[in-house]
Design a protein around this ligand. Sequence first.
Ligand code: ZN
Length: 127
Amino acid sequence: MPKRVEGKYSVRMDFEGKDLDMFKALQTHYGISTGTDLISMLLKREYDFLQGKPRFEHINMYEDHVKILDRELEKSGRIVSVYFRKDGPFCDYDQTRECIHVDYAWGVPEVAKVLRSKGLKGPGKGS
Ligand SMILES: [Zn+2]
């Protein structure tokens, strides 16, 4: 039974079998080792989804990079920068040119316009 304290709600959860496998897979996927932090992140993610908030949000664009909010990173979301480099867009969070943030950046029309103006080509479309 959950404990009832004003302004606080506590739940004890035990996972086993398939549920434990899913829990461990989510811990690995999100890189969150603490059970409480993982449940918190999943709760916030589900709440944001119900509120109609998308995972990604274009925050701002600068001369050499674009800032994107990723609501699924870390406990309460994280701002990621995608830099416009000569060899292609580069994500500072994943330290790569190929990740979901770079893909998202290409999907923002004003960002794609800047990237194309620098002679870069979109992912897999050859355009
Ligand atoms: Zn990334």
